[in-house]
Design a protein around this ligand. Structure first.
Ligand code: ADP
Ligand code: MG
Length: 394
């Protein structure tokens, strides 16, 4: 059966264990430099507090590799949460053990505790049964709100759920699943996917899974360089994936069979390197030998914009160029604006860099759903079963 959500479960007076993703970037002084992930789970935490739950928060932070390490303590996160919730958050000094047990036992209805970094224990990433049982010992109700780690079978995302009878999704998790599921269902057409970015290996599965579903796929970034090279183009010193040329040719052939239109760039913005003060527009198949393609060109940006204007469903993952360098940002910003301009349809954007580009373009609030799941987003769209979601089914 499908997973329940926290709103479906009786939590009054019960210990509500919430797996959150508070793996936030820290400042050199040890403060939280970007609290977005904490903000995203506030609705779930507030729901649990308001319904009288005894809230136990659990997260990882960084890669302490199974050993306690003060540099990866959740202390700054707890301090940030105290301000955001305007109430006490008691931080245990360990993920499991006597100290953690006491902190949880002392909870009253509507109060909040946080376990120390789950990855201080080797059992977390090993999905160890003893560690899973110890975590489950703090939970009457298990809630997972950490979509970013749903593709990992760790103790806190999968192992412990066997030992807790009431399980469900947090509100952030529920929102991710709801919108990403829509892309796999009966979508309004045309369905246009825009795929770019740096790493073709990460996106091959996504591209293949889109063949049965999208009407058109617009390709930019390093991915486009690889496809252009596969078609016999000269790409100069452009970054591309030389080992994937055969895959790229096979993919283009499959797309033709599936009648999915693949739009590759016709022109590119090229330069000697990303520090160059300006680029020059070159034909996509003829990048000069000493230059690298660093963005799609204006004609291509225009074509992509026009194509998106007709779309009723859009999924975008991966920038069109090195957009953090101003001379090579235009293509990515044009795509961001064109996705935001889709009025009557579903628009979903994934990929950390693409999400950052939306912010740069000032259009984040005009997207139906911004998915922050990273690999979990890609695997979900590819149709893979995520262990963290499977563990919530009853
Ligand atoms: P996302 O995080 O949105 O999934 P990726 O991480 O796959 O996107 O790709 C983003 C990266 O790709 C950025 O660092 C960007 O500079 C780089 N990139 C995009 N186009 C090019 C290009 N033509 N040449 C070199 N790097 C590129
Ligand atoms: Mg990225």
């Amino acid at each position: 059966m499908a997973a329940k959500t926290i709103a479906d479960l009786d939590i009054q007076g019960r210990r509500v264990f919430i797996r959150v993703d508070f793996d936030v970037p820290l400042t050199p002084a040890g403060g939280v430099s970007d609290a977005t992930r904490i903000h995203e789970s506030l609705p779930t935490i507030r729901h649990a507090i308001e319904h009288g739950g005894r809230v136990v928060l659990a997260s990882h932070l960084g890669r302490p590799k199974g050993k306690p390490n003060p540099a990866f303590s959740l202390m700054p996160v707890a301090a940030c949460l105290v301000e955001l919730l305007d109430r006490d958050v008691v931080l245990a000094d360990e993920p499991v053990g006597d100290g953690a047990r006491k902190v949880v036992a002392d909870l009253r209805d509507g109060s909040v505790a946080m376990l120390e970094n789950l990855r201080f224990a080797a059992g977390e990433e090993a999905n160890d049964e003893t560690f899973s049982r110890a975590l489950a010992g703090y939970a009457d109700v298990y809630i997972n709100d950490a979509f970013t780690t749903a593709h990992l079978a760790h103790a806190s995302t999968a192992g412990m759920t066997r030992f807790v009878s009431a399980r469900g999704m947090g509100l952030k998790m529920e929102r991710e699943v709801r919108f990403l599921s829509q892309l796999g269902g009966d979508v309004a057409r045309p369905f246009v996917a825009v795929v770019g970015g740096a790493n073709l290996s990460d996106k091959m599965g996504l591209l293949e899974s889109l063949l049965g579903r999208a009407d058109a796929i617009f390709v930019g970034g390093v991915l486009a360089n690889t496809f252009l090279k596969a078609q016999g183009g000269s790409l100069g010193t452009s970054r591309l994936d030389a080992e994937k040329l055969a895959w790229a040719r096979a993919f283009l052939a499959s797309a033709q069979d599936a009648q999915v239109e693949i739009l590759l760039p016709r022109d590119l913005m090229a330069a000697s390197g990303r520090d160059a003060p300006a680029g020059q527009v070159v034909p996509a198949m003829k990048v000069p030998d000493d230059l690298a393609a660093l963005d799609i060109g204006p004609e291509t940006a225009q074509r992509f914009t026009e194509g998106l204007a007709h779309a009723r469903t859009v999924f975008w993952d991966g920038p069109m160029g090195v957009f953090d360098s101003a001379p090579f940002a235009a293509g990515t910003l044009a795509v961001a604006k064109a996705v935001a301009a889709v009025k009557f349809g579903l628009t979903v954007v994934g990929g950390p860099d693409s999400v950052a580009a939306l912010g740069r373009a000032g259009v984040s609030d005009r997207i139906t759903h911004i998915s922050t799941g990273g690999y979990a987003t890609l695997e979900f769209i590819e149709g893979k079963k995520l262990p963290g979601l499977a563990a919530l089914e009853s």
